[in-house]
Design a protein. Structure first.
Length: 500
């Protein structure tokens, strides 16, 4: 026997003595495994053909396509087809509902059929995917399992968890086997590629399970002890992800997105808001623009989730300690989903705070008093939000000044921050605001308490609005003109000296 006749056997095996009998036994085992595998594949083909016969329209066509891929052993194409079905539940449920309604069913029948189509995702997973799971990319299998778990979660949380837990056990066993070098894919590139995705697949499934636990666990109090295992998983996966950078790799970006989703859900539930804000921005960055834009009108669940995230993100940005660079969240496309909705006022409030526009903020606060009262996170942290507004107003004032003119009087600051009133000159509050800005490193400089002036030498870099970019471009133009004038003067002086 030659080594290349048994691609699943380690090459070093053939250099051991007395291996003839073992090789024959190995061939018998592989043949036996192939027979069992073919039986399972045949069952999957039979199920797909039955579903294709029983259903018309897109569902029947989808299962007919699946049967063809199974017969041809086109595992990548099979994976794509399964994912396309699971990622468009509304499309396939609508097809079933249309068939039911046409055949005489009423609204109740339509609803029932739509629910049955959602439950059939489990049948698709059990009858088609699991029989050939060893042939699929582990990360693709993880995505399929997560989508099925998400689909059945409203009806059966226990079953949804079981799907993810079983996948976790499977991937961990595969990882241990790969580490022990029991199964070697040296002569099987596809197997080697699949082995490389076992750890990312494990992280993906662990993150999805953590998110499921955070979403479905009901407790009277939110204590860290209640979610200790979840936090441990999040912290462990944070370290592991450094070995799998997501830049330029959409598959690994999905793994990072799943991790940051579980992390942001943890901090949304247990706080602090600043931690949620940071993790939510990371989630949106790795999730991609398709989640943030309102173009997917057929996916109601995704739009609802994105809308809730937009509201939570603004709330965290306004109330989070240490969150001052609000330009980051302003430029997040997910905020577009709040346009023309009852929550659009939150975007106005965020814009006023980010710009340090005290007058606009107060107008929003008066106009949307009822909506503000219905937001306990904002009302409970009203003093912190107002402090952030004044600090950002000071930063905006400093930024508007040329670098050589950044010596401000207390009175000038009080006027800009609208601290002056009939019964309070507001100047006394300026010193505290400036000291606070210095302590959180929004500005650098010094205070002259006797002269009541502030000299600023540095201001916090931040994301600029289009208007601020135009102002900055104008300053660059002025600076270039001054440099050119200085150059001309220097040239004239040097020529005069040379002539002299």
């Amino acid at each position: 026997h030659q080594p290349n006749t048994l691609p699943f056997v380690h090459q070093s095996f053939f250099h051991q003595p007395n291996t003839t009998l073992t090789i024959i036994q190995s061939q018998s085992i592989i043949l036996s495994m192939n027979v069992g595998y073919q039986d399972r594949t045949a069952g999957a083909v039979e199920h797909c053909e039955s579903m294709a016969t029983a259903n018309s329209g897109v569902i029947g066509e989808a299962y007919e396509t699946l049967a063809g891929f199974l017969k041809a052993k086109l595992w990548h194409q099979l994976t794509i087809q399964v994912l396309s079905i699971l990622q468009a539940p509304d499309t396939y449920a609508a097809a079933v509902a249309t068939t039911s309604t046409t055949s005489g069913g009423g609204d109740d029948t339509t609803t029932t059929m739509m629910e049955e189509m959602r439950h059939s995702f489990w049948t698709l997973y059990d009858k088609v995917v699991l029989p050939v799971d060893a042939k699929l990319n582990p990360l693709s299998l993880a995505k399929i399992g997560a989508l099925v778990s998400q689909a059945i979660q409203p009806q059966d949380v226990t079953a949804a968890k079981a799907i993810l837990e079983n996948l976790m056990a499977k991937f961990k066993e595969q990882h241990e086997t790969n580490t022990a070098n029991v199964v070697v894919g040296a002569n099987n590139p596809a197997a080697s590629l699949n082995q490389a995705f076992v750890v990312p697949a494990t992280i993906f499934v662990e993150s999805k399970l953590s998110s499921l636990v955070l979403e479905t666990t009901t407790t009277t109090t939110n204590n860290e002890e209640d979610f200790g295992s979840v936090l441990s998983t999040i912290q462990s996966n944070e370290v592991k992800l450094h070995e799998f950078p997501a830049e330029g790799n959409s598959e690994l970006a999905a793994v990072h997105a799943a991790h940051y989703q579980s992390s942001m859900l943890y901090y949304k539930r247990l706080g602090p808001p600043a931690a949620f804000y940071e993790q939510a921005l990371q989630y949106l960055q790795h999730k991609g623009p398709e989640f943030s834009t309102p173009s997917h009108k057929n996916d109601a669940d995704q739009r609802r989730a994105a809308h809730i995230l937009a509201v939570d993100l603004i709330t965290a940005a306004l109330t989070g300690d240490g969150v001052y660079n609000l330009g980051q969240v302003q430029q997040t496309p997910v905020l577009q989903l709040l346009s023309n909705t009852p929550d659009a006022w939150l975007v106005e409030l965020l814009q006023a705070t980010a710009a340090g526009n005290v007058a606009q903020f107060r107008t929003c606060r008066e106009t949307y008093a009822a909506q503000l009262a219905a937001q306990p996170a904002l009302t409970a942290r009203a003093a912190a939000v107002e402090e952030k507004l004044h600090l950002l107003a000071l930063v905006t004032l400093v930024f508007s000044k040329p670098s050589q003119e950044r010596q401000l009087t207390f009175e000038e600051i009080a006027r800009a921050l609208l601290l002056l009133s009939n019964d309070d000159d507001g100047v006394d509050r300026v010193e505290w605001i400036v000291m606070r800005a210095l302590s959180v490193h929004l500005i650098e400089g010094s205070i002259d308490q006797v002269a009541q002036t502030v000299h600023v030498t540095w201001v916090m870099p931040r994301v600029l609005s289009p208007k601020q970019l135009q102002e900055l471009a104008a300053r660059f133009g002025e600076w270039a003109a001054k440099v050119s004038t200085t150059q001309d003067v220097s040239m004239n002086l040097s020529q005069t000296m040379m002539m002299a």
